[in-house]
Design a protein around this ligand. Sequence first.
Ligand code: AVJ
Length: 321
Amino acid sequence: MSSKNLDFGSFAQDVMLGLSSYPKTLPSKYFYDEKGDKLFQEIMNLPEYYLTRKEFEIFENQHEEILRPILNLGQYFNLVELGAGDGLKTKIFLQYLIKEKADFEYFPIDFSATVLEELKLTLKTEFPGLTVSTIKDTYRGSLIKRDWDNGRPNLILFLGSNLGNFSLEEAYDILNHLRIGANHQDFVLLGLDLKKNPQTILDAYHDSKGVTKAFNLNLLDRINRELDGDINRENFIHWPTYEPVSGECRSYLVSMVEQTINLKALDQSFHFDAFEPIFTEISKKYSLSEIDDLAVKGGFRTVKSFTDKENYFANILWQRL
Ligand code: AVJ
């Protein structure tokens, strides 16, 4: 096995570790290669996937109030976004801030290089005067490095239920990084999906067109592409679950047959029992009181919570203590 493929934190190493674990697991951040980015765009347009539309509705109706505290500082500030993606919702903020002649710089952070390139291009044409500095990194990596830190106040956006991709324990670790990455009195705008009718939640991860299934299975295709694998995706099914106490929506790929897969680039094989699952994603849902708890234990003061008409989704404005 060549060690150059197994750099710490690399796709190769994470796949190797994940498929050697019991239960088998693959980190969801690897969904987002070029193909995965496209599939996620499609997911956001699915009738069942309400999250993006609900957050968009909150921003359309309440952006003035959401942005008032940072605008009231009357100072140059940084708009930092963890997991910016296509920035569709954030453009509502950008448009309003520009209209209000606010002095700010935009720092979109994403783990996908392709998504950042596209975002940079669209922002250039839509907001030619805007200063944009893209950062390609993980949440934790970027919060440790703080490449945006120039002594100015920050509004850090962590939208789209992206924090939901972590278990509660991991979420506290991310919030710790967030608190350390922010300065005293910086603002954080968090977007989280709320607990609701379990069927509505499950449907969002089990759409009728099978796009979410394709999104999940793309992880296997990516392994084949990048690690010279021989995985037959037909041997796996997409299996989402929702557990209403923890609020954890989890996605699995279940091997329907006993099989051995080979990853030539790693010179490794992995055995699957019939019906053995790979845990691929968690999309955790919160109640508003659980979010209050996150703030208190995480070291933030809640300025205000914003929700859509149906209480499907929440955006919470925090201030770092
Ligand atoms: C981008 C992480 C918020 O968990 O809802 C969508 C990703 N996965 N459908 C989510 C996703 C399956 C999404 N996040």
